[in-house]
Design a protein around this ligand. Structure first.
Ligand SMILES: Nc1nc2c(c(=O)[nH]1)N[C@H]1C(S)=C(S)[C@@H](COP(=O)(O)O)O[C@H]1N2
Ligand SMILES: [Mo]
Length: 373
């Protein structure tokens, strides 16, 4: 194979690239954790949309730098430990491919996206562990014996392609075939709650912008429906249950990357509330308030009356869990999860829009899945 560099010497740009890749990986981990971990998330709220873009741009560059050996063969005579190739290449390819699947939410089925989200995380942790070991070895000057999986090898392009291919194929198998999910389902067949929908536990994170999850007693729960309406009303829980139920199955997407497919919701459609309180013709917005005391959301009246939007009290046949908004939450399947405000206790009809919690911190008002963020 043609070699571009002097025998046995690393070109300076390649060394720089190596450090760049390491730094970008560290930044990717930090921004990734900021996006995913609810506690960090909460502390960095106003920067999340920016962090999201930084993560994607860094990820794309990271993916491209992984491919460098395709363009520039490494210098002859430089041997690389097998593991130093294998880990970043195979894991890196899986991380980049699953990242693309998560990012391009509208292009792929939700089931792929939710599996991709999990593997994206696990493989990133695995690669970080390897990176730490690698760095620690370098720092103390420890060199594993030159044999077995640690044998040093000539980093030929063919080997590179083989491992890159393994990573890409691995990402495809993990997200499309889902062998781990198959195994889990196989081990738990016969257990109740299997059914067709995804189990509730597929929700990757329970978000809250306040300290913990507010609790509520159905005896004292009240839903206030007021604003520009002919008949403002306060409903008890049993009055709410008296309204005609509405059911649907929908996918759920959070902007931070996780999705759940085929969620079964049951609750009341906004039309039922409209019939009850009779909004004035000037009411063109609906505001939603949470008894967590912090979260608010707003939809235009026509968005709120979309046939898929509901105030839900059941998820997959069970009452909502406290973390999921018990006893009542909004569900807007066509939009990202932040529109689906939890612990709802007030619905207000208005002639003005209201800047919602996340919207005030930079998220777009219109949150259709696959558009914008
Ligand atoms: N009251 C309240 N509602 C909320 C949130 C919140 O922090 N507080 N997080 C939103 C976001 S960003 C998402 S993705 C979904 C998450 O729903 P889950 O916690 O049931 O998974 O709830 C939305 N509704
Ligand atoms: Mo979210």
């Amino acid at each position: 194979m043609k070699r571009w560099f002097k025998h046995g010497k690393w070109p300076r740009w390649m060394i720089r690239l190596h450090y760049y890749t390491i730094i970008s990986f560290i930044l990717l981990m930090l921004t990734g954790v900021a996006l995913f971990a609810p506690s960090v998330h909460a502390a960095l709220i106003s920067y999340l949309p920016v962090i999201y873009y930084i993560h994607i741009v860094l990820g794309i560059i990271f993916g491209v730098t992984l491919l460098t050996p395709l363009l520039a063969p490494l210098p002859a005579g430089k041997l690389i430990r097998r593991l130093d190739w294998l880990f970043p290449l195979v894991l890196g390819a899986i991380i980049v491919i699953t990242g693309l699947l998560i990012w391009q939410v509208a292009l792929f089925p939700t089931t792929w996206r939710s599996r991709a989200f999990h593997w994206h995380g696990w493989m990133s942790y695995a690669l970080s562990v390897w990176l730490l070991l690698h760095a620690a070895y370098k720092a103390v000057g420890y060199r594993p014996a030159n044999d077995g999986v640690n044998a040093r090898m000539d980093p030929a392009r063919r080997m590179f392609l083989k491992w890159l291919g393994t990573g890409i194929a691995g990402a495809a198998v993990l997200t499309v075939v889902d062998p781990v999910g198959l195994l889990k389902r196989w081990m738990t067949t016969g257990n109740s709650g299997a059914g067709t929908g995804s189990p509730t536990d597929d929700f990757a994170a329970y978000y809250t912008v306040t300290n913990g999850y507010p609790s509520m007693d159905l005896e004292t729960y009240r839903l206030t429906v007021d604003g520009l309406v002919a008949r403002p009303t306060t409903l008890t829980w049993s009055e709410l249950m008296g309204l005609s139920p509405f059911q649907e199955q929908a996918d759920f997407h959070c902007v931070t990357g996780w999705s759940v497919s085929n969620v079964q919701w049951r609750g009341v459609h906004l039309k039922s509330l409209v019939d009850l309180v009779q909004p004035s013709p000037h009411a063109s917005y609906v505001h939603f308030y949470s008894f967590d005391g912090a979260y608010t959301e707003s939809l235009s009246l026509s968005e709120a009356l979309d046939p898929t939007v509901l105030l839900a009290y059941q998820l997959n046949g069970q009452p909502l869990r406290p973390q999921q908004g018990f006893p009542l939450r909004l569900v807007v399947p066509k939009m990202y999860g932040y529109k689906s405000i939890k612990w709802v206790n007030r619905v207000e009809f208005s002639d003005k829009p209201l800047v919602g919690y996340w919207e005030a911190r930079g998220y777009p008002d219109e949150a259709y899945v696959g558009r914008g963020m």
